[in-house]
Design a protein around this ligand. Structure first.
Ligand SMILES: *[C@@H]1O[C@H](CO)[C@@H](O)[C@H](O)[C@H]1NC(C)=O
Ligand SMILES: *[C@@H]1O[C@H](CO)[C@@H](O)[C@H](O)[C@H]1NC(C)=O
Ligand SMILES: *[C@@H]1O[C@H](CO)[C@@H](O)[C@H](O)[C@H]1NC(C)=O
Ligand SMILES: *[C@@H]1O[C@H](CO)[C@@H](O)[C@H](O)[C@H]1NC(C)=O
Length: 338
């Protein structure tokens, strides 16, 4: 795959630059995202975000080891596993919590190898002394939803059955699903699906969901979407296009995948309450998605789910991964759960 050398980190930064160059009213989301939609429904992505190789060599002094393993070769899904180096010095009985991580990118972009998410996972594994499994799921529009959800649940079954030596350092009874942006949406939906089959997943036991600026939508604009319609990171034409390219054909944004509040919320939320999962939703006022995230918190509260809304002033979409001083809030919250 040709890696285009862009002077700034793609994604948020690239979107920001392109979006601010274009007149607000004439904003072309294809140009801003640097993509071409082909007649056969595939996407040509003209900027591939920078990637990092894994660091599997235990003789190197890196604080966190990482390696890639296939999940399902027929669907080209795989995972990058992160193991704190110190874990190897512990006795086999001393196990670390397990975080299953889903990267963001509007369901269209990025992979578990992207430097942006790789660096975040390294910092998280180190700061919280956790084993992290970052899932590389199939992207839209080549594979529309629910493909990413199916891959994400398949990843949980794969972890459950894995005989990998690194995963032996993970405490399967202390598992958290985490995702950022579209990955937060995926962690939520994978969580709903996993809650419906907890017996099948044993000994893997999910204790909670960590949703970092999860990407949700709806046909009716929220106040923060209106207030921040011309946001430099994710203006409405971009989020609208992301939904158009990722939702199944023929549905609108008031579909259960994009809008978790339709039909009064999913029935399985009652099950999540009984399971006692801890849910945390991270957001900030400078993100057009913030009101949807608050709505999700409200829904979960109404359902009696144990949920913490962690909202911050200012900021922008992507800040909890992109700004290490903000990632610390996520890591510190995790440590209170351990
Ligand atoms: C779809 O079209 C693009 C651009 O013409 C081409 O590169 C790609 O191979 C095609 N993919 C399939 C699956 O036909
Ligand atoms: C991979 O996916 C295919 C298609 O869903 C399935 O038939 C196969 O059993 C899966 N392989 C593994 C190793 O899970
Ligand atoms: C793998 O992909 C095939 C075809 O795209 C799909 O039918 C199947 O459900 C996928 N497997 C999983 C586990 O999602
Ligand atoms: C999304 O799809 C709707 C319905 O097909 C269309 O009206 C709208 O222009 C599309 N928006 C974008 C940004 O592609």
């Amino acid at each position: 795959m040709a890696v285009h050398k862009v002077t700034t980190v793609f994604s948020i930064c690239l979107i920001l630059i392109h979006a601010s160059k274009l007149a607000h009213s004439a904003m072309d989301p294809y140009k801003a995202l640097n993509i071409i939609l082909n007649p056969n429904g595939t996407l040509t992505r003209l900027s591939i975000p920078p990637q990092s190789p894994p660091s599997p060599d235990p003789t190197l002094p890196t604080p966190v080891l990482s390696k890639d393993l296939p999940i399902n070769k027929s669907n080209h899904t795989w995972a990058r596993i992160y193991l704190p180096h110190q874990a190897q010095d512990h006795s086999p009985n001393h196990k670390l919590p397990l975080i299953v991580f889903y990267h963001g990118g509007g369901f269209l972009f990025y992979s578990a190898a992207s430097t942006y998410f790789h660096d975040f996972c390294v910092r998280m594994a180190h700061a919280t002394q956790s084993v992290v499994v970052s899932v590389d799921y199939r992207l839209a529009p080549e594979h529309r939803l629910p493909a990413a959800y199916e891959d994400s649940v398949e990843a949980l079954h794969w972890i459950k059955a894995s005989k990998d030596r690194w995963l032996r350092h993970a405490d399967y009874s202390r598992c958290y699903l985490m995702g950022e942006s579209a990955g937060g949406n995926i962690a939520y939906t994978a969580g709903l699906r996993a809650a419906a089959e907890v017996e099948n997943l044993k000994p893997l036991k999910i204790e909670g969901l960590m949703l970092i600026q999860p990407f949700f939508g709806g046909t009716k604009r929220s106040p923060s979407e209106i207030r921040l319609a011309e946001d430099k990171t994710i203006p409405l034409p971009i989020t609208d296009l992301m939904w158009n390219l990722s939702l199944p054909f023929g549905v609108d944004r008031d579909y259960e995948y994009s809008n978790p509040t339709v039909h009064g919320g999913d029935k399985i939320l009652d099950g999540i309450k009984v399971l006692g999962w801890r849910v945390a939703v991270f957001g900030c006022e400078g993100d057009p998605l913030v009101d949807r995230e608050r709505e999700l918190v409200k829904l979960l509260q109404q359902k009696g789910v144990h949920v913490a809304g962690k909202f911050y002033e200012g900021g922008r979409h992507g800040i909890f991964v992109g700004d290490p001083s903000m990632s610390v809030h996520v890591f510190n919250h995790l440590k209170t759960l351990y």
